[in-house]
Structures are given as C-alpha cells and as structure tokens.
Design a binder for this molecule. Structure first.
Ligand code: F6P
Length: 362
C-alpha cells in the first residue's frame, strides 16, 4: 500500500564501507524529500544506531557536496543484531531486536532503508519478518550479492586494484621479479578476476578455483622460457590451495588461524620456493574501499537511491533494489538473505581470462 506524504523513513549504512554510499544516501534523501515529501531520519553507525536510537532528522544541507565523497556521512559498523539468538548482549540477541522495534515505533517510522552488503540485507530480511517495512540497497566492493548483476563500490575498487597492478608492472620488470598482489574478496573472486584481466595479471587466484603450486610454477617457467623476465600474480584474500579445498571446514579454519600472514605472503613464498624467482608482495587492503567513487559507482548509487525512494513512496517493502539485465528492479529480501554470489564455474570472465593466457592456478 502506498504510504502517505509527510511520512517518515529511516536510513542507515551498515557493514564495510564502499565508495558510492554517500551518493546513494543523497539520492534516497533528495528523491524522498523533494519528490515525495517524505521526512528522512538518519541512524549513526549502522544497526548500532538503530538499537541505541542514535539518530537525527536529515536536513537538505547535509546532502550538498557529498556525491563525490568516499565513506559514509552516517558512519557504519558490522553490528548483527540477530547474531545471538538465545541471550541478550549490548548489540545482539532478542533485546537488541526489541530495541530496534522500539526505536522504530518511538520515532514513528513508516519504513527503513538499509544500505549494505550480504550481512546487512540478511538482517534486513529478518527485520522485515519481524514486521518492519524494509528496503535494501546493494553495496559492496566485493560484488558478491545475489539477485543483482552489480553492486556499487565494485567499479571503484576495480579501478584502484587495476591501477595498482599497472604500477607493479614497471617495478616488476626493472627487477625481474614475481610481484604478488593481494586484493580483497574472502569468498568471491570478482575483484581479483576483473582486476587481473584489466591489469594483465599472468596468474589470478580466486577462492572459487583452488590453486596448485606446480601448475603456477609451470606457467611462470613457460613465461621465463618465452623471454618474459617478470610476472604479476593477483591473489584474492580468500584464495586457497587444492590441498586446503580437500580439507574439512574445521581443519581448514584451524590451519588458516595458524597462518601468521595473509595468503599473498604464502603464495609468494610458495612461488619463490618452487621456481627460484625472487618474489615480492603487495597487500592492497583498505585503499580499495577508500576515496572518491568513480563515475560508474556514482551513477549506479544514484539510480539505486532514487529507485529506493520510489519504492518507499509506493510501499514496495521487503525488497532490495537491484540491477538485472541493465534494468533497475526490486527483488524480495528473502531471496538475498544468507547467500553469497561467487563466480560460477564457466562464467565468461573465467573463459576470457584463460583465453588471454592467464593462469588461474588449476
Ligand atoms: O566490504 C567487504 C570487504 O571489503 C571484504 O572484501 C574484506 O574481507 C572485508 O570487507 C574486510 O573489512 P573489515 O576489516 O572492515 O571487516
């Protein structure tokens, strides 16, 4: 049922930040206020702000000059209010959920727009089941949310990672080294695969394709025989070996806990030991998430934000805004909850990478 003018909608950003969040907040708020006459209340630091009722009515002046800004003017946190089912903590369990419902009631909210990744939208689906009117927006540099072709933040991170790979080429070639670059993506390899192809990585290791050191070594040796004096290896932070892929989940987790440095360091050491080529590591880290969004992410975040405000006005709740086949659509949050979009076997980017001579470690 469409909600009335002069209604009130909350907004929050949750999970790891991503470039484009401010552009999305601006688009939601401006469209909601100017087009539909809806009041917007912003919550600070994600679900924590909702639990603790740390909120403010957002004024139009707050949206000036934020389109190009990285981060989020609302702040964020990784709070998961449903994480402890059976007991109450400061920010989790039944008490936290009750406090969320209380805040929602006390502020007279008609709906809540949540901007976040998998965890955020999963929580959103659970809040919708508790009777709250929720609309989700898909943001993450990992591009791993199901039911949408793309998330905002991904293209900016891709540009940063590609630029870093480009820069590594000259120093790799000057020193005849193997340069290993570790990019974000614990469960999904979108960022490493796309930046690896864009930057001409010679080896790209993603969580979806377990790697074998002898295969990588063979590829690098072949390059050396062909007169290539250096190599670039792009590693997703969630990359794993074939031996690890064969392990039980518990054993795998334990062995990872024992690892003192991140996977990029291990891969560099494995390559150096197997080939004798001098190897160096760059962990790109949070540079991928910071700074101004590229034009694509600003546009996508604005499209998603404006669409979310329209959904608010139309009462299209319990949904997430999404992009499917170049169309902005809404999909049930229940279809998104608890899932992760990994790179499927046979995806055209895997084929493209192989066709241009990239070794994927298998
Ligand atoms: O936002 C997703 C992500 O960037 C992952 O790729 C990464 O593993 C994770 O966030 C790390 O973020 P944090 O340290 O903020 O939890």
């Amino acid at each position: 049922m469409p909600i009335q003018k002069n209604s009130t909608c909350g907004i929050l950003t949750s999970g790891g930040d991503a470039p484009g969040l401010n552009a999305a907040i601006r688009a939601v708020a401006r469209t909601a206020m100017d087009v539909y006459g809806i009041k917007i209340i912003g919550f600070e630091h994600g679900y924590r702000g909702l639990i603790e009722n740390k909120s403010r009515v957002l004024e139009p002046s707050e949206f000036s000059g934020i389109l190009t800004r990285g981060g989020t003017i609302l702040g964020t946190s990784r709070e998961k209010p449903f994480k402890d089912k059976n007991w109450c903590t400061e920010t989790g369990g039944p008490c936290a959920v009750d406090r969320i419902k209380q805040t929602y009631r006390e502020l007279g909210l008609d709906c809540l727009v949540i901007l976040g990744g998998n965890g955020t939208n999963t929580t959103g689906a659970m809040l919708a089941r508790e009777g709250l009117n929720i609309i989700g927006l898909p943001k993450t540099i990992d591009n791993d949310i199901v039911e949408t072709d793309i998330t905002f933040g991904f293209h900016t991170a891709l540009t940063v990672a590609t630029d870093a790979i480009d820069r590594l080429h000259s120093t790799a070639s000057s020193h005849n080294r193997v340069m290993v670059i570790e990019v974000m993506g614990h469960k999904a390899g979108w960022l490493s695969l796309y930046s690896g192809v864009a930057g001409g990585g010679d080896v790209v290791l993603i969580p979806e394709i377990p790697y074998s050191v002898p295969n990588i070594a063979r590829h690098l040796e072949k390059r050396a025989q062909d007169g290539k004096t250096f190599s670039i290896v792009v590693v997703a932070e969630g990359a794993l070996s074939v031996e690890e892929a064969a392990m039980e989940r518990k054993a795998f987790k334990k062995s990872r806990e024992r690892m003192q440095l991140s996977i990029g360091y291990r891969v560099a050491q494995e390559i150096q030991e197997a080939t004798g080529h001098e190897s160096r590591v760059t962990v790109l880290g949070y540079l991928q998430r910071g700074g101004t969004p590229v034009a694509y992410d600003r546009v996508l975040a604005s499209q998603f934000g404006a669409a979310a405000a329209k959904m608010v006005a139309e009462g299209d709740f319990g949904k997430m805004v999404a992009m499917k086949n170049e169309k902005i659509v809404s999909v049930p949050l229940d279809l998104v909850a608890g899932k992760i979009k990994t790179v499927p076997e046979g995806h055209y980017m895997i084929e493209t990478a192989r066709n241009v001579g990239t070794c994927l470690g298998d």
